[in-house]
Design a protein around this ligand. Structure first.
Ligand code: FAD
Length: 290
């Protein structure tokens, strides 16, 4: 694809904190490969209620040791304000300057009792801004196909605006495979005078069953034509990946051509598909740059 004369888009990569030593070793290899694409930052997810806290910290520590710009995710549900402030002070002392601020989802039956002092992400954003001013660049989540618990689309947009008014600097979307949902979302935001950059979240397609399960839970739609084709490949993983890379590359190209401010890849701690997509998009990978 021809990307000549276009500025290189800002890309970022999301990781989750591995549960095992082997998983951590794999993550290190993945990061070394993806780093060549010169991402703006790597982000690291955080389990609601602090369920991954130590693993998120150690993943962030390792990334920082490599001199990599890192954005830890932080969710507020089920966590007291004091604990959140302690975590933020810890990150501030490490020189971290970007946070992905979320409500999070408590697993059912997690036994954490009440929901804590902060019930929605806008309250977390407000707390960060009140306590740390502009020290952190705050990213929040956006849902072009709407959050599964939203009462309706319009109220979800109003709630998104609350996060922006509370002080969010940017947003990353839930993944989607229908670019129109994103453009329409941007139009709705414009009408509500929301002006922060809203970066599309990109989920590579590597395994149909897990993607279908996850998409049902988080309210991201897999269009019927994609679902049907993926179903038809059965256990043929290489065909799924080949078709998935083609579809997702096309989506990314449409988004960039239409003016999306960047791309945020949900890597699932794998580099193969992301590298394939970025290469098809013509993004320089450090080894080819002049
Ligand atoms: P909110 O913005 O608080 O919205 C949640 C719901 O409440 C929406 O339906 C909204 O319409 C409604 N709402 C919001 N504010 C109000 C209000 N003031 N009054 C009434 N209703 C309101 N989860 C994790 O646990 N860890 C992660 O690391 C993580 N990373 C993510 C990264 C990205 C880019 C995205 C898109 C999601 C991520 N998630 C993560 C998932 C996220 O936590 C869930 O989608 C969660 O259900 C909502 O989080 P939120 O921050 O969007 O919540």
């Amino acid at each position: 694809m021809d990307t000549a004369n276009k500025e290189t888009p800002a890309i970022s990569f999301e990781l989750f904190p591995p549960k095992t030593e082997k998983g951590m070793e794999n993550l290190k290899q993945v990061v070394l490969k993806l780093r060549r694409l010169e991402p703006q930052y790597f982000s690291v997810t955080y389990g609601a209620g602090g369920s991954t806290q130590e693993r998120t910290f150690s993943t962030v520590d390792w990334l920082r040791e490599q001199g990599i710009d890192t954005a830890p995710h932080l969710s507020c549900i089920g966590t007291e304000k004091n604990e959140i402030l302690e975590i933020l002070k810890h990150y501030q002392a490490q020189g971290i300057r970007r946070i992905v601020a979320l409500r999070g989802d408590l697993p059912s039956g997690s036994g954490l009792g009440g929901l804590g002092e902060l019930n929605f992400a806008n309250e977390l954003v407000a707390l960060i801004r009140q306590s740390f001013g502009d020290d952190f660049h705050i990213e929040v989540a956006a849902y072009p196909e709407f959050h599964p618990q939203a009462e309706n689309a319009s109220l979800d947009l109003d709630n998104f605006k609350r996060k922006v008014e509370s002080g969010a600097h940017g947003a990353i979307t839930q993944y989607f495979y229908n670019a129109d949902a994103y453009w329409r979302f941007l139009d709705d935001c414009k009408q509500r005078d929301i002006e922060i950059p809203i970066v599309p979240g990109i989920m590579p397609i590597t395994n149909y069953n897990s993607l279908a399960r996850f998409s049902d839970a988080c309210g991201a739609e897999i269009p019927r034509w994609i679902r049907k084709r993926l179903e038809s490949y059965g256990d043929d993983l290489s065909s799924i990946q080949e078709f998935g890379a083609e579809v997702v590359t096309q989506l990314c190209q449409q988004l960039l051509d239409g003016g999306a401010p960047g791309l945020h890849f949900y890597t699932m701690n794998q580099s193969g598909s992301v590298l394939q997509i970025c290469s098809a998009l013509g993004l320089p990978d450090g080894t080819t740059a002049a």
